[in-house]
Design a binder for this molecule. Structure first.
Ligand code: GCW
Length: 676
């Protein structure tokens, strides 16, 4: 579907509301693009393809003062600067402005501008979004700057084309065929640019050293150039042992990867110089070290900061960054603590161009986790938040789960205590500590025809990029935009129904899977999809004949709650204040313990599992009734996904309810479900 221009949410079918169409036909008659930089050319291509199709009339070429001109350019152009007036001074480097001149029906011109060409390109996509969602274009005076500097895609794509935890087919990058580029590369860049993302790490954090060979670096250059035209910088995941592995068998082998060894330091400096000769705007390296078999500084008795800094120092002269992941979980019995114990003491020891990337919770992308205590602890360390779009633990490509509501909760979390900033959003926006910061999302795309393995999955891709740009965005508004852009009609019952499904989907999945923050109810050694609560008993929870949950309190448990600053520690430590949603993450309680909701824990577990299945059924039923709003092929394909979701939700309900009944032997007070 990407060759005919109908890519993901970049679908340019004609606007439907007659009044709006009439307005657009007046206002959108000519396109004038001033400037020749690649992002401006890309903007021109996008608008030339999109506008005639959205508006149903041909697009003229100006002149710049013709009625109905869309003028695109940077503030370096006198026409653009004049049109923007005082708005120009509010733009930051990557931001955009959209300003209309003239009154009402006499709107004469819409100017789409950036201080840079990349900013103008983002403005072009924003204008298209306004049109796709059928907004008025009169009296526009929009200035939009990204709140977050590093708005990053992380791909877990391997050299052989497989994708770790990928549920949408094989890698889109075609590593083996580079430097050859395809339509999918270009559409990928359009997709990123359309939501405002500006960085992509194209290979897995479990990184083959081959990605840093001269051969690969040379072959990836055209991809970096393509991305540059869309305002996106290329990054690579680097294997920490690269200096050793890649010099083996050469005339000058380096027998170590010790960051204190001058030969290793020189190797990283030389490699950085080589990369920047080929790719002048290269973003930097992402590193997973000392985790799940990956090499790291630990083997040489060096700290994680020393490991990060050897690479950071090599990149610094070129303006590059190292993003160092905190996801390690070796020798402590509870993963939840390990990363904190390793990294909190290193606060302030990382180089200025090093950024520590931490998953939102202390375990591993579960449907519900407390926000990672490291965010609040590392006040002198640049930080990135790692989110996961690919639904490793949240239903793969089978369960429609719109994750933006969870991301909203994480971003809003006040790290120093209830109401006490900085929030995670403050941290990733660089408001807590000046310098590099950002958000990374483990991507959910592959070479499947629909890109994301199931079509509603694209709502996560879209919302992720938009939240990176504007971390206080409302998930429901993002869901609505995605639905309007992806389907037609853009208004009314159809869109409302899609938004309703998306907004209920996170709760539905949580209900039918692991209750009250317990997390990890899938087999840890398996694919993280099917329910297997017994396999994680004594790892992620301790469920007995009378009790369930994990005691992480200071008083009687592992002491994890004590890793938070006192206000949060107190909230989590005390049964009477611990939020229900995290109860079983923090405490082990009797099945008869009463939640704040008034229900007992066991009753809650039974009820929510039945509710979660009911919700999945209602999604399938609602979707079945929406055939009028979408083409038959997409309707059938999405319908099949919802049917599969119902089947799998039933398996979850039955497994979890049986697990708890067999342990507790407590019958539900509500017998109505015996009839279900
Ligand atoms: O979520 C887990 C996954 C691994 C992944 C690892 C990580 C890339 O199960 O597949 O490896 O985390 O984030 O490093």
């Amino acid at each position: 579907p990407d060759e005919d221009g109908s890519l993901l949410w970049l679908r340019y079918a004609q606007v439907q509301q007659p009044g709006r169409l009439k307005e657009y036909r007046e206002i959108l008659r000519h396109l004038v693009v001033q400037g020749t930089e690649p992002p401006l050319q890309r903007a021109a291509e996008e608008l030339r393809a999109a506008l005639p199709s959205l508006v149903g009339q041909p697009l003229g070429d100006g002149p710049v003062d013709a009625a109905g001109v869309v003028l695109v350019g940077t503030t370096a152009s006198p026409d653009v600067a004049r049109a923007l007036g005082a708005h120009a001074s509010r733009l930051t480097d990557e931001g955009y402005a959209i300003v209309s001149e003239g009154q009402g029906a006499h709107t004469r011109r819409i100017t789409v501008a950036g201080r840079t060409a990349a900013g103008a390109l983002r403005g072009a996509f924003a204008l298209l979004r306004l049109i796709q969602t059928e907004q008025r274009l009169m009296k526009l005076a929009i200035v939009s700057n990204p709140a977050v500097e590093l708005r990053m895609a992380n791909h877990w794509d391997n050299l052989d084309g497989s994708v770790e935890r990928g549920y949408a087919g094989a890698s889109i990058f075609g590593f083996a065929n580079l430097p050859t580029l395809t339509a999918r590369h270009r559409n990928y860049a359009r997709m990123l640019a359309s939501t405002g993302m500006n960085a992509t790490v194209i290979n897995n954090v479990n990184a083959s050293p081959t990605f840093l060979t001269t051969d690969f670096l040379t072959r990836v250059v055209p991809l970096a150039e393509l991305l540059r035209g869309y305002g996106v910088r290329l990054w690579l995941s680097a294997n920490f042992a690269s200096p050793m592995v890649l010099t083996k068998g050469t005339a000058n082998p380096i027998p170590t990867a010790d960051p204190a060894d001058p030969r290793v330091q020189q190797w990283w400096r030389d490699k950085a110089s080589e990369v920047y000769r080929l790719i002048p705007d290269f973003g930097g390296f992402l590193v997973k070290a000392d985790s799940e078999g990956q090499p790291g500084p630990e083997a040489y008795g060096r700290t994680q900061a020393e490991g990060a800094n050897v690479i950071a120092h090599a990149l610094a002269p070129h303006g590059g960054r190292v993003v160092w992941r905190s996801f390690t979980h070796s020798s402590f019995s509870d993963w939840a603590e390990y990363q904190y114990r390793i990294f909190a003491p290193l606060n302030g020891q990382f180089a200025d161009n090093a950024v520590l990337q931490t998953k939102y919770g202390p375990i591993d992308f579960q449907i519900r986790e407390p926000v990672h205590p490291l965010f609040g602890a590392l006040d002198r360390t640049h930080q990135m938040l790692e989110l996961q779009l690919t639904q490793e633990y949240t239903g793969h490509n089978v369960h429609a789960v719109f994750l933006a509501p969870m991301w909203r909760t994480v971003l809003d979390f006040p790290t120093r205590g209830p109401g006490a900033p900085p929030t995670v959003a403050d941290i990733v926006a660089g408001r807590a500590l000046p310098g590099p910061a950002g958000i990374a999302g483990v991507m959910n795309i592959g070479d499947d025809a629909d890109w994301t393995g199931y079509q509603f999955g694209a709502a996560n891709t879209f919302a992720y990029g938009r939240l990176c740009w504007q971390p206080d965005a409302d998930p429901a508004a993002l869901a609505r935009e995605w639905a309007q852009m992806t389907f037609r009609p853009a208004r009314g019952e159809f869109v409302d129904a899609v938004v309703d499904i998306l907004m209920r989907s996170y709760g539905a999945y949580e209900d039918v899977t692991s209750p009250l923050g317990i997390g990890y109810f899938t087999d840890p050694a398996g694919s993280h999809f099917d329910p297997a609560p017994a396999t994680t008993n004594t790892q992620s929870h301790f469920s007995t004949a009378t009790r369930t949950g994990f005691d992480r309190t200071v008083a009687t448990g592992t002491g994890f709650t004590g890793l938070y600053p006192p206000p949060w520690k107190d909230v989590y430590e005390d049964l009477s204040t611990c939020p229900d949603a995290l109860l079983l993450f923090m405490h082990q309680v009797p099945y008869t313990h009463r939640l704040h909701s008034g229900e007992t824990v066991i009753e809650h577990i039974y009820d929510t599992h039945f509710d979660g299945l009911e919700a999945a059924r209602s999604f399938a039923a609602t979707w079945a009734g929406l055939a009028h709003g979408v083409d038959a092929a997409r309707h059938a394909d999405i319908g099949a996904s919802f049917d599969a979701q119902v089947d799998h939700a039933r398996l979850w309900r039955d497994t979890v309810v049986a697990f708890y009944f067999s342990l507790s032997r407590i019958l539900s007070e509500d017998r109505s479900w015996f009839q279900v």
